[in-house]
Design a protein around this ligand. Structure first.
Ligand SMILES: *Cc1c(COP(=O)(O)O)cnc(C)c1O
Length: 360
């Protein structure tokens, strides 16, 4: 696979050498080594700090979809009411996933270029009285950040038992306060803002959600239940990916040693700089309101008279890879992924300089 000197894809992000090196080691079989349980506990503690929670964090083997599915299947039963807040590909997609378990799914939908309106969500919750509200923190395919804190207030005010938040593209790069925001199932992946290799999904589970997990009793590869007391019982449902967990620890250490607040501020600053330069180049941001543009990924409209295929080819010729989009936005917008180690002004400038050199 050809390597590009200016990687700006919104995940999987570049993995730093020390993170790669931390996973290159003969670890042995985690489920029988006492050292593994200590290691896992330490990484869990670091993940808690990164997403600001005191809840147990399950670290599961698989793409982030493993926790998106696992959290739904482990807490929902046929007939349960789910209200899905949707502003993009993942928000609408999660509603479809929930529908495979229960027919009682209502979508509070918004356009792809706008964030959710908490008042509308609140009214819909009042009317529908769901067991679970689902939403997405950062919609990666469209570069929109949603008001999770404000929706969380409505969720609590209405006494909704479960608040499910896909924070895969925000955790470790955008503001996220799992416990204060009342998130019961906070979903995270290894390969976005953490800049670890793909292959792990993490979920912070509140006490209330664990009770629901016990009651539901779902069993399967993606089941959360065994993770409730896996450490205490020293029993994992499959051989843990120890090497990947070691890499994840190095990735957490990178952020925690810089300071989480400083890392989030750096993302915010790089994102503002990216938007300013794009505007100066005469390009239009995709999110309708600039305040709703994410700190971790910037989505831009493909200019009239140009095509993403053409832009992508020319950018690659300059050594730059940005992201196209998926779903209904494919070909219409493209994305600059300034998340994780890619939240770097010099890197973004190199990408934007190349973009500016390309004739539309
Ligand atoms: C990347 C992403 C996912 C899915 O992650 P995979 O690891 O590719 O399964 C889910 N939600 C959001 C918001 C994402 O950006």
């Amino acid at each position: 696979m050809k390597r590009y000197p200016v990687p700006l894809v919104p995940g999987p992000t570049t993995v730093p050498e020390d993170v790669l090196a931390a996973g290159h080691y003969d670890f042995g079989s985690g489920d029988i080594e006492a050292e593994f349980f200590e290691h896992y506990g330490r990484v869990e503690e670091k993940l808690r700090a990164l997403i600001r929670t005191r809840n147990r964090v399950a670290i599961m083997s698989g793409e982030a979809m493993v926790v998106l599915w696992g959290a739904l299947k482990s807490t929902l039963s046929p007939g349960d009411r789910v209200l899905s807040v949707a502003t993009g590909v993942f928000g609408y997609g999660i509603a479809e996933m929930a529908r495979t378990i229960t027919s009682e799914v209502t979508v509070v939908g918004f356009d792809y270029d706008e964030a959710a309106d908490p008042e509308k969500v609140s009214a819909a919750i009042e009317a529908f009285r769901p067991k679970m509200v689902t939403m997405v923190h950062v919609e990666t395919p469209s570069g929109v950040v949603n008001p999770v804190a404000r929706v969380g207030e409505a969720v609590r005010a209405c006494g909704v038992p479960l608040f499910y938040v896909d924070a895969v593209a925000g955790a470790g790069g955008a503001e996220l306060v799992t416990d204060d925001w009342g998130i019961d199932l906070c979903l995270v992946g290894s390969q976005k803002c953490l800049s670890a290799p793909p292959g792990l999904g993490m979920v912070a589970v509140s006490e209330r959600a664990w009770e629901e997990v016990e009651r539901t009793g779902y069993q399967g590869y993606d089941a959360l239940l065994p993770f409730r007391d896996a450490l205490e019982r020293r029993w994992f449902p499959y051989t843990p990916a120890w090497h990947a967990i070691a890499g994840l620890e190095a990735a957490c250490d990178r952020i925690l040693s810089l300071g989480l607040d400083a890392v989030i501020q750096a993302h915010t600053d790089v994102a503002a700089h990216t938007r300013k330069r794009l505007r100066e180049m005469g390009l239009s941001l995709f999110p309708r309101r600039e305040a709703e543009s994410a700190a971790t990924v910037t989505a831009v409209r493909v200019p009239d008279g140009s095509s993403w295929e053409n832009l992508d080819r020319r950018l690659r010729a300059e050594g730059v890879v940005m992201g196209g989009s998926i779903g209904p936005l494919a070909g219409k917008i493209f994305r600059i992924g300034h998340m994780g180690v890619q939240a770097d002004r010099a890197l973004v400038d190199a990408g934007l300089d190349a973009l500016a050199r390309i004739p539309a």
